[in-house]
Design a protein around this ligand. Structure first.
Ligand code: NAP
Length: 465
């Protein structure tokens, strides 16, 4: 895939970038390895100050960064500005909390001074997707830098200008040279970087195929990975729910980021007795969405990021209809320039259909009927994915059951799945492993070191630097 900015709203090539040569990549790895040695020794106050400053710059420049995101991957400008603001919050969260998360943890043991220390691993490669081109990177970079790691970013090939802006952001925030660098390379060059002895670990957010490939290489070299992969989140609506609120939120949950979110609700599993009522409200609201220019503030759904993504989505619609799904709204790309797809609802979806089995990355909702709570749980779990899940019910016994029975990295009750720096984020099954955000996220790329000191006096307190 060429490294280039192609405006999804017009399909026009804006700018292309040559990939780095092997020699240039080696120089950057070398700079990262040198930075890792000094950065881990820097006082935590210094590291945290860089993360805090990055957050301030993100807030100040949110409209500029918003325009860049919209240009490269087509999300609405309004949501892009919100994404930059979320990044600012994420930086502030780790600036405020990193020292506490990294503090030694004393362990009570007889006649010894014992504690657990958290030490950085070194150079971490971050392979990132285009769909949240700033937020995905920040949620890796803020905790990594605060913890004393350094980052090499291999961003998706269609968002090179976002990648370069992020490198510059951290430089301007005061990160020393080499502490956060962008590698403009294609996916085939990842294996060589990850195999390099100077690179300690990798995190990947992306598709199942990319995750499997990076994890194989890392496994061969015995390196830690965190994988944040795809999802086919269930959104369950039970008879006791506030049906109108569930339908309204369902529209946002499905079409957020033009439908291209790993945690978007994708399979709407609705109890038989209220399925007609929910479907009517949901389909009406999906039809009312404004599809168009992502820079226009009235637009709800902009273009998909690439032509390939739009073609894949249309194929999923057609293949599901060939298996018996009913078309309730949309169902086709838009004529004219740009990679637009009409908000689409399929009814009578069953587990045998692509819209149920595959991740659908665009504004396509699959409605599946469930007989009762047991059936809803079985359908929800009948997926290779297990990222987020949502359930709407006002029955407290039912809430307890769903919370425990759903195979997913998160369960949201009477709301939609969203990421928040205070809470761990990640999945199970083919949605990946490991966690980002919160204290769990910062601990992923640390050496959790056991220290037991016999025959010496002391409190067990040490510095976090
Ligand atoms: P993708 O095609 O897998 O690409 C993600 C990143 O991996 C890109 O930088 C890509 O580089 C690279 N890549 C692709 N194949 C690779 C390989 N074989 N070896 C090494 N690197 C490889 O995914 P995407 O289309 O950008 O993003 C959408 C996917 O990400 C969806 O499945 C979505 O659900 C998932 N996602 C998950 C989360 C989460 O937190 N769980 C969040 C957001 C998105 P190139 O661009 O150069 O190919």
């Amino acid at each position: 895939m060429a490294i280039a900015t192609i405006d999804p709203a017009t399909g026009k090539l804006i700018k292309s970038f040559p990939a780095l040569t092997d020699r240039e990549v080696d120089d950057r790895i070398d700079a990262a390895a040198r930075a890792a040695r000094s950065w881990r020794a820097a006082p935590i106050a210094e590291r945290v100050a860089v993360v805090r400053r990055a957050g301030e710059l993100l807030e100040q420049r949110k409209t500029e960064y918003g325009r860049l995101m919209t240009l490269e991957m087509g999300k609405t400008y309004k949501s892009a500005v919100e994404e930059a603001a979320t990044c600012a919050l994420g930086c502030r969260y780790y600036a405020d909390n990193a020292e506490r998360f990294l503090a030694d943890q004393p362990i009570a043991a007889e006649k010894e001074r014992s504690f657990v220390a958290f030490e950085p691993m070194g150079v971490v490669l971050a392979v990132m997707p285009w769909n949240f081109p700033f937020w995905q990177v920040i949620r890796f970079a803020a905790p990594a830098l605060a913890a004393g790691n350094v980052g090499l970013l291999k961003h998706a090939s269609n968002v090179p200008q976002c990648a370069l802006a992020l490198e510059q952001l951290f430089a301007e925030a005061g990160a020393p040279g080499g502490a956060f660098q962008t590698l403009l390379i294609g996916s085939q060059a990842v294996e060589r970087v990850l195999g390099d002895d100077r690179v300690a670990a990798a995190t990947l957010t992306g598709s199942e195929g990319a995750g499997s490939s990076v994890a194989s290489v890392a496994g061969k070299h015995i390196k830690k990975t965190v994988l944040e992969l795809g999802g086919s989140d269930p959104y369950i609506v039970m008879p006791s729910a506030d049906i109108e609120a569930a339908a309204r939120t369902a529209v946002t949950a499905r079409t957020i980021n033009n439908g291209q979110s790993c945690i978007a609700a994708k399979r709407f599993i609705v109890a038989d007795s209220i399925a007609d009522r929910f479907t009517r409200a949901f389909v009406d609201a999906m039809r009312a969405l404004v599809v168009g220019d992502p820079m226009d503030e009235r637009t709800n759904v902009g273009p998909l990021a690439t032509k390939q993504i739009r073609d894949d989505l249309h194929s999923q619609v057609e293949r599901s209809m060939a298996c018996g799904a009913t078309l309730l709204a949309g169902g086709h790309p838009r004529d004219g320039a740009g990679f637009y797809y009409e908000p689409t609802v399929l009814g009578d979806v069953t587990p045998a259909m692509p819209a149920f089995q595959e991740e659908t990355f665009g504004p396509l909702a699959a409605i599946v009927r469930a007989k009762d709570a047991d059936d809803a749980i079985a359908l929800a779990n009948q997926s290779r994915f297990g990222l987020g899940s949502a359930v709407w019910t006002r029955d407290s016994a039912e809430i307890d059951r769903f919370v425990r029975a759903l195979d997913a990295g998160s369960v949201f009750v009477n709301g939609m799945v969203a990421s928040d720096p205070r809470f761990p984020f990640g999945g199970v099954k083919k949605s990946g492993y490991g966690r980002e955000l919160s204290a769990f996220g910062i601990h992923e790329f640390l050496n959790i070191k056991t220290v037991r000191i016999f025959g010496a006096a002391g409190s067990g307190q040490t510095s976090t630097e």
